[in-house]
Design a protein around this ligand. Sequence first.
Ligand SMILES: N[C@@H](CCC(=O)N[C@@H](CS)C(=O)NCC(=O)O)C(=O)O
Length: 240
Amino acid sequence: MVLTVHHLGISQSERIVWLCEELGIDYKLVKHTRAPVLSPDSLKSLPGNVLGQAPFIEDSDTGVTLSESGAIAEYIIHKYGGGKLSIGPDADAKTYASYLYWFHYANATLQPALQVGMFVGLAKLEDGAMVKGLADRRLHVALQQLDDRLKDHKWLAGSDFTAADIMMVYCVSTQRYYGLVSLAPYENVLRYLRDCGQRDGYRRAMEKGDPEMEPLLGAQAPAKSLIDVGGTESDIWKKK
Ligand SMILES: N[C@@H](CCC(=O)N[C@@H](CS)C(=O)NCC(=O)O)C(=O)O
């Protein structure tokens, strides 16, 4: 089996590298560097990568190519991971529902709220601008719900670490290089990020996928968006 994982530095595809490390499966990692913000030709030109984005995988055993973090995570877990890190319908129904909810919440609710916030931030609107107020409010509600969940649960699905956590962490860590979100008001999210950051699988994934990047696991956001300072050409994202 050759499962090729295409990873774009400082991006959502860190989730897939992390997943493969947690599952302990064989995979080939191909790294791409932003040029200097968007995808380079090496990623855009891959057959089957219609949107030219990462994550993107190629499975030489099946001929499958696939995009979309959640779809890729499910494909790898069930095809090569023996279902590990997922919770299925045979589990306790509430735990199963929580797993599904948080797995999808990451990219269906939180990530869009973060991206709207990012674009509003880049637009440099005045403080009182209505659209800025709406975006801030929507993002706060989404983060507060996450914080509330993590108050009484070590991991998103409950007592076990799952792929729902792998889907979530990019949103509250590396994404903040683009949209400047402080996590200071969300102490449970900060505890959770500390726990995730201590996992061997997370550390290995970051070391393999983004060895130069300082993981953003603390409260403070960078002073400027990576988009505003020239993407990978700047060094604000690098370890000091
Ligand atoms: N919903 C997609 C989003 C993919 C996506 O937006 N990837 C970004 C990296 S975070 C990308 O490839 N950006 C480069 C570009 O669009 O040119 C997923 O979860 O896989």
